[in-house]
Ligand binder design. Structure first.
Ligand code: SAM
Length: 344
């Protein structure tokens, strides 16, 4: 499966991918399918919906190698639901052999709904995956399954989380998107869950990226409210960021047991520190979750572009990355794709 890549630009610096606002891009999210076995109410319609073409595993590999040759140091596989994708373990095995420009191992992570993790956690670890984030929007079964719309999903995900810890794929992060009126009654319970299950829970503000029209400012549960509520339940302390482009504000509990974080793209946007770019399952570059256009990298590859030509295209596309999103502003336009077709 190995594909040779020649570096087009006369540089081996890690800042080849710099946008016109001076942000260095080192974090690539790759969707490897837009199929999903859940129909979370805040993400998908209740129907099967549109499906975009998927690339072959070797094609993702060739494109990811090109990004890494340009300074990407972190790759997160996502979807849709990435565990549904045939060939996932082969892809991870190949990616785990890649080295960054400075010769280090690639930081290789995956985001999943966790439904199939029980049987896959150990094979993922053995294939070379470093970290897993599991999405889980409630700790109460009835609330959870009202959101996923899949009976039995709650216990499957719990078993998946435990299998992940057992496979030593930790620390396991849990992503929880909060929606007022749906699961905002879970906040305090999640704080206790983080401590009892020894996982890092990250609350995420709901963004207007859904297939249905559900989003409104009122449905967003903001950072301040989340913090106030947890603080009333348990004493907390703020923890330092791991790095400046980290999206989550980190908190610990005062007795040293457990950690949680808040990702606040709506009430405390972090676009100025954004280090991300996305590749969709059909091979389009998205420079921002809220982009109005896709950049057709795969179309160029299929038309026979050389590695050097594709690298130049990636460099130019990154330069045009949007300065910021406009959520909540009058000029906000819904992005041209919903989250499930971008890759979260
Ligand atoms: N299926 C995988 C999963 O469930 O984690 C990966 C794809 S999913 C789109 C990635 C993440 O995006 C999940 O944590 C999900 O909760 C989050 N997400 C989806 N729609 C969102 C929205 N409108 N606002 C904020 N987060 C969202």
């Amino acid at each position: 499966m190995a594909v040779a890549v020649s570096i087009p630009v006369a540089s081996n610096q890690a800042d080849i991918l710099t946008d016109s606002h001076g942000r260095i891009i080192h974090d690539l999210r790759v969707s490897i399918t837009d199929r999903c076995n859940y129909k979370c109410i805040y993400c998908r319609t209740g129907n099967d919906g549109a499906q975009f073409p998927e690339l072959g595993i070797e094609e993702y590999l060739r494109l990811i190698r090109l990004f890494v040759s340009l300074g990407i140091t972190k790759v997160r596989l996502t979807g849709g639901e990435p565990l549904l994708r045939r060939g996932l373990l082969d892809l991870i095995r190949e990616l785990s052999t890649l080295r960054t420009l400075s010769g280090e191992k690639l930081d290789l992570a995956l985001t999943t709904n966790g439904h199939l993790l029980e049987g896959l956690a150990q094979p993922l670890k053995d294939a070379g995956l470093a970290r897993i984030t599991v999405s889980m929007d409630a700790v109460e079964e009835i609330v959870f399954e009202r959101i996923t719309r899949v009976p039995g999903s709650y216990n499957a995900v719990l078993r998946g989380i435990r299998a992940t810890k057992q496979a030593d794929l930790g620390p396991v992060k849990i992503n929880c998107v909060l929606l007022r009126g749906f699961n905002d009654n879970q906040i305090e319970a999640f704080a206790h869950f983080a401590r009892s299950e020894k996982v890092i829970v990250r609350f995420i503000e709901f963004m207007p990226l859904e297939e249905d029209r559900l989003w409104s400012p009122e449905i967003v549960v903001g950072q301040r409210e989340i913090l106030d509520r947890i603080r009333r339940a348990l004493p907390i302390i703020e923890l330092p960021r791991h790095d400046t482009s980290e999206t989550a504000r980190r908190y610990g509990f005062a007795d040293g047991e457990g950690e949680f974080g808040i990702i606040a793209p709506v009430t405390n946007a972090f676009c100025g520190a954004c280090s991300r770019i996305r590749l969709t399952s059909d091979g389009k570059i998205r420079t921002c979750l809220f982009s109005q256009i896709d950049h057709d990298l795969y179309g160029r590859m299929r038309a026979g572009a050389t590695d050097a030509e594709l690298q130049q295209y990636i460099v130019h596309t990154v330069q045009a990355k949007e300065a910021r999103h406009h959520i909540g502003e009058p000029e906000f336009l819904k992005p041209s794709r919903s989250m499930v077709h971008i890759g979260g």
